[in-house]
Design a protein around this ligand. Structure first.
Ligand code: DX5
Ligand code: ZN
Length: 223
């Protein structure tokens, strides 16, 4: 299993975005988590296509694009064209999950499906074959800097067990409230793609990326 750290630029200093990305990549970030919010699926509006297109030239690392957007099927090809390497849509945001996932599959990028904290894992029952990654929200989506929802730990464990049961090395991404305190919990529960926003960008982003990357490597190497 590959363990990856994806800093979320939602918490970055936007006036220095290119530099912020270069710093965390140089410090060992495996990908950049990019939160697109539309003001409808979630209350806030973050940023969209022109910003992603522009930062694409800053780095070759994986662009992990998390669409918190209603009816995301409207934009799938466009976000791929902007430079997404993993494209994740929310199960709650589309009327036809299966077709939306197949639409992402046809573009050739990795297919992600996100579930809000209150959405059951049973949502995955008939679409597991269509996804490469499941993003488990560990806060309610819409804002950075929220507190990790403890109940999510049980859900991460249950999803890892489900994947093992199917003989799959499913990528499980956790997003929201992952900090120095909760990082060991999510790793232990079975997550392998770790998103950290404010835990990285609220301080010395390069130093913190190095520190958390090492913690993740120590954990995965000791298994
Ligand atoms: C929340 C976003 C997250 C956010 C995480 O809706 O999807 O990616 O940036 O931020 P932290 O790590 O600060 O909770
Ligand atoms: Zn996110």
């Amino acid at each position: 299993m590959i363990y990856n750290l994806h800093p979320s630029i939602l918490a970055a200093d936007f006036k220095n975005l290119g530099k912020e990305i270069e710093n965390v990549v140089a410090a060992g970030a495996d990908g950049i988590h990019i939160d697109v919010m539309d003001g409808d699926f979630v209350p806030q509006i973050s940023f969209g296509m022109p910003v992603i297109r522009s930062i694409r030239s800053a780095t070759d690392v994986t662009f992990d694009v998390h669409l918190m957007v209603s009816n995301p099927e409207r934009y799938i090809e466009t976000f791929v064209d902007c430079g997404a390497d993993i494209l994740t849509i929310h199960a709650e945001a589309t009327r036809d999950i299966e077709n939306a996932l197949k639409q992402i599959r046809r573009t050739g990028v990795k297919v992600g499906l996100a579930l809000n904290p209150g959405t059951s894992l049973s949502t995955l029952d008939y679409v597991m074959d269509d996804v490469d990654m499941v993003l488990l929200m560990t806060v309610n989506p819409g804002f950075g800097g929220q507190k990790y929802i403890e109940k999510a730990t049980r859900k991460i464990k249950a999803l890892r067990a489900m994947a093992l049961n199917e003989g799959r090395e499913l990528d499980i991404e956790v997003d929201g409230g992952v900090t120095e305190e909760t990082l060991p919990t999510v790793l232990e529960a079975g997550a392998n793609i770790i998103v950290m926003g404010s835990a990285i960008f609220a301080g010395d982003a390069a130093a913190l990326t190095g520190k958390y990357k090492k913690e993740i490597e120590d954990y995965s190497g000791n298994r």
